[in-house]
Design a binder for this molecule. Sequence first.
Ligand code: GCW
Length: 843
Amino acid sequence: MLAILLFLPLGLAAAETGIDAWLRYAPIPDAESYHGSIPSIVVALNDSQISPVYTAGQELQQGINGIFGKDCTVQYEGGDGPSVTVGTVAGYAETGGSIDELPELVDDGFYMSTVGGEALILGQNERGALYGAFHYLELLAQGNVTELAFASNPDAPIRWVNQWDNLRDGGTHGSIERGYGGHSIFFWDGVVRDDLTRASQYARLLASIGINAVIVNNVNANETILNETNLDGVARIADAFRPYGVQLGLSLYFASPEALGGLDTFDPLNDTVVEWWNDKTNQIYEKIPDFAGYLVKANSEGQPGPITYNRTLADGANLFARALKPHGGIIMFRAFVYDHESLNQTLNWKADRANAAVEFFDGLDDQFEDNVVVQIKYGPIDFQVREPVSPLFTHLVKTPVTVELQITQEYLGQQCHLVYLPPMWKELLDFDLRVDSQPSPLSSILNGQRFNRKLGGYAGVVNVGLNETWLGSHLSMSNLYAYGKMAWDPTSSPEALLNTWTKLTFSHDQEVIDTIADMSMASWPAYENYTGNLGIQTLTDILNAHYGPNPASQDGNPWGQWTRADATTIGMDRTVWNGTGFSGQYPSEIAAQYESPTTTPDNLLLWFHHVPYTYRLRSGQTVIQHFYDAHYAGSATAQTFPTQWSRLQGKIDAERFEAQRFRLEYQAGHALVWRDSINNFYHNKSGIADQQGRVGNHAYRVEAEDMALDGYVPYAVSPVEAASGGYCIVTSDNSTRGAASVALERWESGRYDVAVNYYDLAIGNSTWELWIGEEMVGEWKGDLEYRIGKAPVFYIDGQTATRITFRGVEVTKGDVLKIVGVPDGQEPAPVDYISVLPEGVVD
Ligand code: GCW
């Protein structure tokens, strides 16, 4: 026994699920050496268990204990000896504390002093005190015990998150629309869950990054959220949030008066409708006195709204604003309004979904009640990998606004691709919209300064689920962490935030910090490169799961994410002189810049201009060659991720190491699927060869359809570019095992990496075996649908295409390579191709 214990790796962290995210309070290096400088008494100036100040006391105790292994007691009034005191400014003054010298604090702001071996943390309000406590703990967890005294105020008052949780499973989206971390933590089977432990844990995470409210249900809302049972349930969620200072809000179904109330109308100007909403709102405030407000998606993607009755969007928003006003609530009215049924590209060169928001809100700026906030997605289309900042931000001058960002990676890899988003957000927030030729960075419009407004801020669509990693992937949590921090302070550096997050989440080891920084900072540019560059948008399957390559799906339908690609040209002409006129929606300086291809930045060229594939970019390269090169470069970067990560083995706990290793390996494979699909698509369309001869030429590949088949048959894949050579093989029926073989005559004897590209559908768990000669190299199952959380897909296409690689396999010239596939359910063990690659080569 003793011998075994001696061999246990000392100091290696125990298995971790990720549930505490960045709030692990793990022991830091040399923890004991700090004991002398950390007080062992916490004084929380409020002993009511629902007070965030009380929570702060508990959190400080837990944190100091975890980080330093130091016992510490909590008391509720001052005592003897050095202490950490936390409370509101007012509460502190009541105990006789001096507040004369305090810097100015706004709502939710805090002051902190760690001078003289004591800590004083004072919030402007109760949750401000809790924010201060979390900030203090964050410093401690980094081993930072320097003496500091400063105030921190949030940049904007609205720092909300949205959850797109459905009340029950079903439809095409399961329990959370565009959620990739499992079932809802709030709802199950049409009602609020009994056990809301995860709701409190979520509130804790959110409070630690300064988030002050959560909309708990999907913007594609269901009227039953407002029935008596569910409002009681929702009140229990609010109870779970309250100790963390997080308020609760609800998304509304605009037609609820009819659907739930039994009225024969939901016209916002009808008296009975007004009364119905007033009653409902009063009822909510009886149950939840600190209710935050409503979020409404109206007249968009099939949702009803005021326009159904020829009323304006302002009529719709004001209906709720008036009901909420007596209670101090606000309404977030979404600007994501467009009519996908009336868009028709083939007939109309000037039709453009990007124009919709400004057009729908035209003339309404002075029509809104003062507690209406318009919530605007960052770009005019829909959470794409690159979009220009929505011009609507410059049209609403009186009306407060929030920017809607997505933490859940709907179009950005669904948490199966590492994409660190803050560098993108930073570019958007810093973008100077030049309203009236004055400096007008987006962040100054959000925080109210630019147009002298009191309200405004941030809304982030998060979509955490019951999965213990919250978002489905450990590394994706850096996006949530940084979202809260940037909403608090948009001047924060994405890289600095990331490094702090890594330290708190994984380790103080510099190699861990640097490796995660290198990968994360390279990830958004890489993803843009291998999905859709030059402003063409994420060329994903927009008719299905918004995952994987399918460039053809952008065009030929009324969803308006068009590229207008044909045999010789590509891009949306959004100019005023010849196109949809969208560029004219910007203030004049910006409009002039986007109007001409020579002044439009390359990375937005195809967003604004329709040009030949042979058009030369400012970089000097042609559009088509840039496509080819970018897809090769981006996917090459993704190949480095698993290798970089592997250096961290033993430096972080095995559980999280392995979970992330698996994902990064998957991403590396899927990046190649992206590269080849997109390059083949435009190569087929344009007929223009890759100057470097890579596209369509794969020296180390054997197409499955060219192998000797037994029980397998060739299958033409749609879209054609989602398969190498256009074909894969599938078993001849659902119960026959298939075999595909080839003699490796072209390869000299040696060691190779053998990759198999196959399709893993969400309708079965086929098994594959890979043999070389008499040796079985490996066996695996098609069970990704249980392992990586992306939206389930039932087709053989770019969304299900994937790759497994066996490294350093011994091959003798002439060996027979054989794949054996055993179908399961509806999944016919599909295989696309194999690659036998000399070490170091990836293709
Ligand atoms: O991005 C699209 C999503 C929809 C979503 C919609 C919206 C909630 O694909 O799933 O619906 O935007 O933001 O309303």
